[in-house]
Each structure stands twice: as structure tokens, then as C-alpha cells.
Ligand binder design. Structure first.
Ligand SMILES: Cc1cc2nc3c(=O)[nH]c(=O)nc-3n(C[C@H](O)[C@H](O)[C@H](O)COP(=O)(O)O)c2cc1C
Length: 411
């Protein structure tokens, strides 16, 4: 008999993502915690991303269960131990090891790492610890700047690229935005000292590492550039870059000879254009509710998009994943895999690399338990019939109803 070691025996074990979030809240200075909550305007999309998963149900079986369940899959030609990918986020000030800690955890648990353009660690440090790194870019700067960023990612060993296109530079949140300093100089440290002193464990992590949260974006410029832009400096450059056309997007896709994901798709017509532009995958996403508030939950938009393009392109989903059963719901409704954001950020804040591993283990155990209850031996056996979808749950955006009606009326 295999000896089973219970994670519950470990005092630091976090049994849910909700517990990781509670610990993150206790450990992080309030402005850093609030920056991770993010959201925009009224918070409708942020709330809907999570609550929509609660509207979906399951129809469990009591016998003929599979004794072991296979969670492994492939995405973008990469082997994954389960259908989960780390979604890119800039994790300035969350933990001194930042994205390197996340990448180590992702490598240990067999899932790819999405590294943000706004990450706090150089891509070379991340690819050094994880061979499955996807570099995320925005339409930011000149074409030459964008090509230089891709060249750097290629030289560093990134296995794919994610282009995020749904950012709308929204300006406020009804619950207030955190004050984030332009750069961490003496004046900023004095201003933020009271917050830091209220969170000694967080402060001690940085003190031990001998670093301060420097709020810079090392991957925006070529390696060794004399100056690394600050987060707000890079954000300003991005705001001033004229938004891309579909021709621009197709051009950028051609600059990378390998897997390329378009992240931020809400509409069926945009998904079809991503196929036409030659992308390998799309992520159905509203950027975790941080953008155009009122965009429906990603999981509501998934079924129509998966049905329209799922045979032509790999369809991913991100937004609102907090438990293994959420991953199962998304896969059953047509996602090849999901990307997670805040779930791992809470783990990172609560416990560094071990905290991220804990969150990934929580998702894995939840997926396994859900498959057991459903009587499925593999994630590849899931289908929409495994999920109870209430009437009116889904949202089909970007399909011209007149054209659909005409098509139906034609003999
Ligand atoms: C604090 C924070 C920073 C983010 N930064 C980026 C980013 O730099 N690039 C990007 O493509 N998405 C970014 N995202 C969006 C995530 O990649 C992902 O789409 C979102 O977090 C998914 O929703 P979830 O947090 O509910 O899992 C960010 C999200 C958060 C919460």
C-alpha cells in the first residue's frame, strides 16, 4: 500500500485559495494587497468572473468510478501535469523572489509559466529555472521595440508568446485605488514605512533578501540597457502607443516562429480573426475584471467561442478560477486549459514558492476529487454534459443575429 502523507498535518498548509487570500491579506501591506485585488469601475466583471462559476453545477455518480484520474494534457505542444497555466502578472512588491519563485513552483508542479512584460524579474532569471516559459507582450512602443523584446525572449529560451490585447486603461475603482509610488526612493520609503511596519513578516522577507521593491520593468528594454523603466514609465509609453489594427496584430504574430497566444478574447468574431491571423491559441478573458467593466464573466463567453473555433485553435480561459472544480467546469465547457492569476498571487504573498506550490496542489486535488465524483478517468473525457448549466447562463458576443437567422432560413 502506498503511504499517503496528509497535507493537513502541515501547520502552514492552506486548504483553499480563500485561505491563501486571507493569509496574503494579513501579510501584505494594504496598498500591495489592494493592487492585487485590482478590478475596475463598479467591479461587475471582477465579481461575475467568480460568481458565475458558482452558478454551474455537477451531476455526480456513485459507482463505476475510476480508481485513478489522469489530469495530464498538452497545450501549445508542451506537456502539462494538469490543465493549468500561470497567467502573466506584474508581481512587484509581493515577494522579493517575485516571478522567479512563481516559476520555480510552476516547474516543480509541471505547469507552464506566463511571464508579464511588466514583471519585476528579468526573463533570463525566469527561464533559468523553468523551461516552459511563455513571454507576455503588449502592443507597446515601436515595431522595432516589439521585435527586440521578442528577440530577447527567444534568446532567453521562451517557448511561446502571449499577446494581451484587452487592456482599456480604465481609470478608477469605486472602492479606491492604492497609492503606488513612481519609484522606490527615500521619500517613498518614508511615506510607506508605516504600512510596512504594520506587516513585519513581509518587511522581513525583503530585509533578508537585501532588496527593496524597486517597481521597475526590466523586460521592456534590451538586457543591459542603461536604465530600466519604472512601472509607470512603461505604462505611460504603452498609453501613448497607437492601438493596433488586425494587420498590425498579424504582423506581430509573424515575428515569432512558434506558439503564440492571443489573450483577452470576448467575442466570437475576434476569435475567428485570431484564427485567421495564425495564432496557436486564444484565451477567453476579461483580464480578471480589470478592464472594461461590464464584460461578462469569461466562463459565460467560453461555450460559444469554443464551439465556433475550438477545432481550429486551442482555447484557454482565464478569470475567476479559485478551485479545482472551476478548472473542471472550464475544461468541460470547451477550454483546453485555464490560466490562473490571483490564485497564485495569494499563494506567493502567503508563502513564496511553497505558497504557490500549495495553491497548485489545491487545484490539483480539487480537480482529482471532481473527476472522481463525476466518474471520469481523464480530463479528456469531460464534456458539456458533465456540467449543469442554468438557462441564460452563457453569453454569445460578436455573432451577427441577422446573419445567423438568414443562414437558418436558407434552404
Ligand atoms: C495584479 C494583476 C496584474 C496583472 N498583470 C497582467 C499583465 O501584466 N499582463 C497580462 O496579460 N495580464 C495581467 N493580469 C491579468 C491576469 O493575467 C489574468 O488574466 C487574470 O488575473 C485572471 O483572473 P483571476 O485573477 O481571477 O485568475 C493581471 C492581473 C492581476 C490581478
Amino acid at each position: 500500500m502506498k503511504r499517503i502523507r496528509s497535507p493537513w498535518a502541515r501547520p502552514e498548509w492552506m486548504e483553499t485559495v480563500a485561505e491563501a487570500q486571507r493569509r496574503a491579506k494579513k501579510r501584505l501591506p494594504p496598498s500591495v494587497y489592494s493592487a492585487l485585488i485590482a478590478g475596475s469601475e463598479r467591479g461587475t466583471s471582477y465579481d461575475d468572473n467568480q460568481s458565475a462559476f458558482g452558478e454551474l453545477g455537477f451531476a455526480p455518480r456513485v459507482a463505476d468510478h475510476a480508481a485513478t484520474r489522469d489530469l495530464a494534457t498538452t497545450v501549445l505542444g508542451q506537456q502539462l501535469s494538469m490543465p493549468v497555466i500561470i497567467s502573466p502578472t506584474g508581481v512587484q512588491a509581493v515577494h522579493p523572489d517575485g516571478e522567479v519563485a512563481v516559476a520555480r513552483a510552476a516547474a516543480a508542479r509541471g505547469v507552464p509559466m506566463g511571464l508579464s512584460s511588466f514583471a519585476s524579474k528579468p526573463i533570463e532569471d525566469v527561464t533559468a529555472v523553468h523551461g516552459q516559459t511563455l513571454f507576455q507582450v503588449y502592443w507597446l512602443g515601436s515595431r522595432a521595440d516589439m521585435v527586440a523584446r521578442l528577440d530577447r525572449a527567444r534568446a532567453a529560451g521562451a517557448v511561446g508568446v502571449i499577446l494581451t490585447l484587452d487592456w482599456s486603461f480604465s481609470y478608477g475603482r469605486d472602492w479606491g485605488s492604492p497609492a503606488i509610488p513612481e519609484r522606490m526612493n527615500l521619500a517613498a520609503m518614508v511615506k510607506f514605512a508605516p504600512e510596512g511596519l504594520r506587516r513585519p513578516a513581509w518587511l522581513l522577507d525583503f530585509a533578508r533578501s537585501g532588496r527593496i521593491p524597486d517597481l521597475t520593468t526590466p523586460n521592456i528594454v534590451p538586457p543591459g540597457a542603461p536604465q530600466t523603466p519604472t512601472f509607470f514609465g512603461a505604462y505611460g509609453m504603452w498609453q501613448q502607443t497607437p492601438p493596433p489594427t488586425w494587420e498590425d496584430i498579424a504582423w506581430l504574430r509573424r515575428q515569432w516562429d512558434g506558439p503564440f497566444v492571443l489573450k483577452g478574447i470576448s467575442r466570437v468574431d475576434d476569435a475567428q480573426r485570431a484564427v485567421d491571423a495564425g495564432f496557436s491559441a486564444i484565451s477567453v478573458s476579461n483580464h480578471g475584471g480589470n478592464n472594461l467593466d461590464g464584460t461578462p464573466a469569461a466562463i459565460r463567453m467560453l461555450p460559444a467561442i469554443a464551439e465556433a473555433v475550438g477545432d481550429e485553435i486551442e482555447v484557454l480561459l482565464d478569470g475567476g478560477i479559485r478551485r479545482g472544480s472551476d478548472v473542471v467546469k472550464a475544461v468541460a465547457l470547451g477550454a483546453r486549459a485555464v490560466m490562473i492569476g490571483r490564485a497564485y498571487l495569494w499563494g506567493l504573498a502567503a508563502g513564496g514558492q511553497a505558497g504557490v506550490e500549495n495553491v497548485l496542489d489545491v487545484l490539483r486535488m480539487g480537480m482529482d476529487s471532481t473527476l472522481l465524483g463525476l466518474g471520469k478517468a481523464s480530463v479528456h473525457d469531460l464534456s458539456p454534459a458533465d456540467v449543469v448549466v442554468p438557462d441564460g447562463f452563457t453569453r454569445t458576443l460578436g455573432v451577427d443575429p441577422a446573419r445567423t437567422l438568414t443562414a437558418v432560413a436558407m434552404p
